[in-house]
Design a protein around this ligand. Structure first.
Ligand code: FE2
Length: 293
């Protein structure tokens, strides 16, 4: 049983804030919220004050991941578990809590320098319901969090020790694949019914993030977004397809930062009582063919 309830937010360091604001609102259908007290741009996907933070930073990569826990006791329990695993915390100030609008937070470094923030008590704007600037039916969040991150890591063992042994993620499945004639294995981890909130592959990469997946509520949302992406000249990295393991129907596009965003619908849910670890040897049932435009 994971100590982590869900992947609650992500922070991207982006070199072109204006391009990102335009992309996030006009293409993805995110809603821009108020500025964070530290100046980060807040993007909403639901009734939370934000789900994505854009920080003016040349990294063009993920710069932090926020993992929600239930309450103060759960945060204390996670802290004790991390301490016993030899994971050290950084000092979190009142300003940090204010910038994230959370009641409590632990900040620590994950595999390959990924900054992780475990928190409880996010700010909810029920008085300002989420309104997408686009006519989409919305994003699947709630207990499943915002979606999933697919990370490049330098060591499968270190990643597994961190996410599974320290944070309590559970393996959903593995995909053995061939990329550029190399055999690699993708590892997919869950902490709630979303098939995976974290996935990683061992690879040499200048970026930590391969993609963020956002799941929408209808197949039409995926189709209309693909139409928009193609008419607006956003680069499609992988065509519409269906993944073998989470069965999501999705396509991949390049963000203004060069990493990918997967936009999908219909992922299966996993429930620990009946789930058994699986192995796959193909990424997709159909589709997900490389770049078309
Ligand atoms: Fe994905």
């Amino acid at each position: 049983m994971s100590q982590i309830a869900n992947l609650g937010y992500v922070g991207f360091g982006v070199s072109d804030i204006q391009a990102w604001r335009d992309y996030a609102t006009r293409i993805l259908g995110a809603e821009e919220g108020s500025l964070s007290s530290d100046g980060a741009i807040r993007l909403r996907l639901d009734h939370h004050a934000y789900r994505i933070l854009l920080v003016d930073d040349p990294a063009d990569d993920i710069i932090f991941a926020g993992f929600e826990v239930r309450d103060a006791e759960a945060l204390d329990a996670l802290g004790a578990r991390l301490t016993s695993m030899g994971v050290e915390f950084q000092i979190v100030t009142e300003e940090d809590l204010k910038a994230r609008d959370v009641l409590g937070m632990l900040r620590f470094v994950g595999p390959d320098g990924l900054m992780c923030e475990a928190y409880y008590g996010p700010l909810i704007h029920s008085e300002h319901p989420f309104r997408s600037p686009r006519s989409i039916s919305g994003f699947v969040t709630g207990e499943q969090g915002i979606g999933h991150l697919n990370l490049f890591v330098s060591s499968n063992e270190e990643a597994k020790a961190f996410f599974c042994d320290a944070l309590g993620f559970v393996v959903s499945d593995y995909i053995d694949m061939k990329v550029d004639n190399r055999d690699i294995t993708g590892t997919f981890l869950h902490c709630n019914p979303r098939h995976h909130s974290i996935a990683y592959v061992e690879a040499d990469s200048p970026k930590k993030l391969h993609h963020l997946m956002l799941q929408v509520r209808s197949l039409d949302d995926v189709g209309s977004t693909l139409d928009l992406v193609q008419s607006e000249g956003v680069k499609v990295s992988a065509s519409l397809g269906k993944h073998t393991n989470d069965e999501i129907v999705s396509f991949y596009m390049k963000t203004p930062s060069g990493f990918d965003l997967e936009y999908g619908w219909g992922g299966i849910e996993v429930h620990d009582a009946e789930w058994r670890v699986q192995r796959h040897i193909a990424i997709s049932v159909w589709g997900h063919r490389p770049a078309m435009n």
